[in-house]
Design a binder for this molecule. Sequence first.
Ligand SMILES: *Cc1c(COP(=O)(O)O)cnc(C)c1O
Length: 611
Amino acid sequence: MNDYGLSIWGDGNFKIESGKICINSDSTPAIIDIVKDIRNQGYRGPLLLRFPHLIKKQISQIYTSFNKAKKEFGYEGKFNAVYPLKVNQYPGFVKNIVRLGKPYNYGLEAGSKAELLLAMAHNNDGAPITVNGFKDKELINIGFIAAEMGHNITLTIEGLGELEAIISTAKERFAPKPNIGLRIRLHSAGSGIWAKSGGIHSKFGLTATELIEAINLLKKAGLIEQFTMIHFHIGSQITEIQPLKKALVEAGNIYAELRKMGAVNLKAINLGGGLAIEYSQFKEVVNRNYTLNEYANDVVYLLKTIATQKSEPEPDIFIESGRFVSASHAVLIAPVLELFSQEYSEDKLNLKKKNPQLITELVDLHANIKPSNAMEYLHDALHHLESVLTLFDLGYVDLQDRSNAEVLVYLVGKKALAMLGSKANSYELLKIQKQVQERYLINFSMFQSLPDFWGLKQNFPIMPLDKLNEPATLAASLWDITCDSDGEIAYNADTNPLFLHDVDLEKEEYFLGFFLVGAYQEVLGMKHNLFTHPTEATIEITESGYEIAHLLESQSILDIMEDLDYDIYEIQDTLNERLEKSTLINETQKKQILGELYLFLNDNSYLKTIQ
Ligand SMILES: *Cc1c(COP(=O)(O)O)cnc(C)c1O
């Protein structure tokens, strides 16, 4: 049975029971039951489910792997981790990560003034805060305030200009000072579609010459003791371990050199983020070649080796992985609204008393197709369709004939696929499936909920929430409800051979889950067509099932307009005035319309047709 690649991307988080995808816990609640529970409370449209137990699992795995590696190699440096806020700043996530990270002293990373202030308000007492990205004097000032408030904060500078601003700020501020980090520019770079942050031409970091100058500036300003950390980040979703190893060797040597130059308190190397997760649901396109344990072992072993070679203390290790911690916790659920080729059902056939020869042959193919001839009949049917379309262009067959041919070919294709399903790996068959693919209209916005698919062609695992014990026979392309033709996840025999079920939506509901959407998708999501962040629910898994811990409805249309800086009172007044002025309707009708407008404005934009 098709498990939609769960064994590749699922990481043991889910399992299939009685045809439904369930949370892999003692109580194994089915996701579809959770979804129906929430929808029964009146919520429609797409739904983002958050699972805090999966955040907890990721945090715990990181600390466990590194602590194990430290023990194995007898490593003396400490291990620390911070969560980079840019990956997901939604309170439904951040509050959970801070709460669940407390036992580990898990900290936060900030890349802007807003994120830094958020970190200062939410971070656990004593847990580290690191600050990266370009800084002005104001941001540096906020960093000093954090230190003055008692936060354990390191400001990592990206260039010498920032260091000069820190030196001048230090003269103006009070006694407690932030630690200073230097971002180093490595000549090694990462791999994969996000690998832009490393390398000699990267946007960030100090060159060897600038590092020497920075040390001299720090010494002269009497701030060398504040310099505690070097930092690098070779890119997100590092798919291969090799570039990281190269970067570590380079960074380890820079660490040792800087210490020998008098950086007496330099004691930490911050590896940035980049730990990859497996997004692929098809074995042909698996994209990560290492495990977390391997990553931790490599880091600890390499840093130990360099420290020993150079007779320097083993550095404390900091990591800032965000994607790894957050991706799995969120699942987007979207209802299927329509199957477009249901227009090709058998009752749409309208055969004439006398049909063109090709149509008669198609009727025969449809009636006599069987497993032993399915492939051949399918080929014939597709060939006939080409001929009918040519005849139509030349004026030899009419629109009714063309409609009959389209319906018949579709029906032959569908039968053939059902018969040949188990051999669905044959390349040729996959190509044909593309031609008879089904187009599913999904109640969600790709731009809002899967922006990385739109921008970077990053695939996410997709699967139906139930019917998993029934064969899925339709090659599926997914359309979102924006009016943008980019809002499509196309069936692709090589990279995205997704098959879904043949369902009659008049009789039953059908939901798709989009998994691993907890990293970057929410914050990068855009309000294309004014579709907003979907309704979200936090689900706590309990011994007997689950609890809906928190439910936040999608923003209303008025809220979105307000976010765009429209005067919402003016909008409402204008609508009312225009209604008042209309001479086409009477007073009672106006009253009813007024009420309707009020309801629409205070609801969200997602579609409500049946689903
Ligand atoms: C983006 C970023 C991270 C997080 O990267 P992930 O790939 O999500 O782990 C960490 N550190 C810095 C400096 C970053 O810019």
